[in-house]
Write a protein that binds this ligand. Structure first.
Ligand SMILES: NC(=O)c1ccc[n+]([C@@H]2O[C@H](COP(=O)([O-])OP(=O)(O)OC[C@H]3O[C@@H](n4cnc5c(N)ncnc54)[C@H](O)[C@@H]3O)[C@@H](O)[C@H]2O)c1
Length: 362
């Protein structure tokens, strides 16, 4: 079991990472009266039992609150349903919410906890690879509006995070592989901070793909430590430091927004990582071989390194120009000798060359 401490002005908490560590939730909630466990049917069927047993073993009553799947369920109506369910059950201010699921559950239940009684404690129990390495740590919670993703939200740091890599065994294969795209982002973002996560992906590819709990525990803990360091440097997303987390995401978001590409988020990030390395190479920020290494690692993990079926540059450039992080023109987050940095308005020949390298023409 590994423990990564996250220290932000609002709170100091631990992310516990390991195989078979779900019972740690009990210790976090010892002394509480009630804990509302929020999950989805497909997750709860596998994992709610042990979580509720651990909490009840620590003396708190539990109730399971199920929400729907996907981005359509990450909405204010779900927050209202949850809050009304909490109230009907008698959840009070000193009680707690437990978010058991992927990023959709974590963001929605986290936001419900941030609002209910003007804030009750939440424990994040992430059960997807993306949620374990990314969304459960950092305190960002929120829901979507028809006008855009994550438009309503709050910073609400958890009481603790319990990332049990054994829960990943029940994830559908494509969901799991997609999560590896986000793992690769952390591993390649800051190889020193990620303490060899990239080498684990290279050396232990078979065990990673086989979801070996020992290797996963090591990998997830290193990614969490990398995320924790970024969050600590910019707890409220004010200094721009958190922008490094968007490595590979400018193109990924464009592919997701433009639609029609049949890519999961982590798959789009994988293509975006190669694009970012190619663009950084064209701008002589990194060695040209960097993009090849990224391609090799991502391909080994079964992730795409070009847009399947190709894409049209004009469409993606238009979407990227509208990216909310862009302040006019085009903004990218790119590797370089000084680390990951925001780069504004690179020359269009370089952008077009990098796009061509990931199968985007025209
Ligand atoms: N708060 C943040 O900082 C942050 C960061 C990154 C992403 N996000 C958000 O995370 C969301 C995406 O999260 P995600 O990729 O985890 O997707 P998700 O939560 O939709 O989960 C994917 C699918 O896997 C199922 N599932 C989850 N765990 C399972 C398990 N162990 N076994 C079987 N099935 C399981 C879910 O029910 C769902 O159908 C997006 O809404 C995104 O905006 C938030």
């Amino acid at each position: 079991m590994r423990r990564v401490t996250v220290s932000v002005p609002a709170r100091r908490y631990d992310a516990v990472v390991g195989a078979g560590v779900l019972a740690e939730v009990g210790g976090l909630l010892a002394g509480r009266r009630r804990a509302a466990v929020v999950s989805q049917p497909g997750v709860a069927a596998h994992h709610a039992g042990p979580v509720r047993d651990a909490i009840e073993g620590a003396g708190a009553a539990t109730e399971l609150f199920l929400m729907g799947e996907g981005e359509e369920a990450k909405v204010l109506a779900t927050v209202e349903d949850l809050a009304r369910g909490f109230a009907a059950w008698g959840l009070l201010r000193d009680d707690a919410v437990v978010a058991l699921g992927g990023g959709v559950v974590g963001d929605t239940a986290g936001f419900a906890a941030a609002c209910y009684y003007r804030g009750v404690d939440v424990v994040q129990v992430p059960t997807t690879l993306l949620a374990q390495v990314d969304s459960a740590v950092g305190g960002k919670t929120g829901v979507n509006l028809p006008e855009g993703k994550n438009l309503v939200g709050a910073f609400h740091h958890p009481l603790g995070v319990v990332a049990d890599v054994e829960t990943l065994a029940s994830l559908p294969e494509r969901e799991y592989r997609s999560g590896l795209g986000e793992v690769a982002k952390y591993a390649l973002m800051d190889e020193e901070a990620a303490a060899g996560a990239a080498e684990i992906l290279e050396r232990e590819t078979t065990r990673v793909l086989g979801r070996d709990p020992a290797v996963l525990a090591e990998l997830v803990a290193r990614c969490v430590a990398t995320k924790a360091a970024v969050v600590e440097a910019d707890p409220d997303e004010r200094t721009g430091r958190r922008a490094v987390l968007n490595l590979g995401h400018t193109l990924a978001h464009a592919l997701e927004t433009a639609g029609g590409y049949d890519l999961f988020h982590g798959e789009a990030v994988a293509v975006g990582l190669v694009f970012a390395a190619e663009l950084a190479g064209a701008l002589e920020r990194v060695e040209p071989a960097t993009a090849d290494r990224h391609r090799e690692i991502l391909t080994g993990l079964g992730l795409p390194v070009v847009v399947p079926g190709g894409a049209l540059a004009a469409e993606l450039l238009a979407v990227m120009a509208r990216d909310k992080k862009a302040r006019g023109g085009l903004t990218f987050v790119l590797p370089g000798s000084g680390g990951i940095e925001r780069v504004d308005d690179p020359p269009s020949w370089a952008v077009e060359r990098a796009l061509r390298a990931v199968g985007v023409e025209g």
